[in-house]
Write a protein that binds this ligand. Sequence first.
Ligand SMILES: [Zn+2]
Length: 103
Amino acid sequence: MTEPSPDLPLAAPVLRPAPERLRAPSWADPDARPEPGQRCAVCWGRWFWCEATEPRRGWRCSCCHPPPGTLAVEEIGTSAAPSAMTAEAGAAMAEAQITTRSP
Ligand SMILES: [Zn+2]
């Protein structure tokens, strides 16, 4: 019973963001901008915002911590470029197939 059955379907690996791509729903460093491909670790959202003017208090997920309507904000979407996403998803799938397939 220690060997996994090769017949069991595995959860699709591409649905879950890679751990290194997850960011906290908020962080205090305004200079640590969210980068393409990163997502909120809580809701997997792709939009983050920060005050547009001083005092800039850091970045927040636009879904978990929506910006107040009274504030000028800078908002960044982190959707990766389609070509980069495709290559990465392809590599992830290839790797998953190698590690999960039984001969
Ligand atoms: Zn979020």
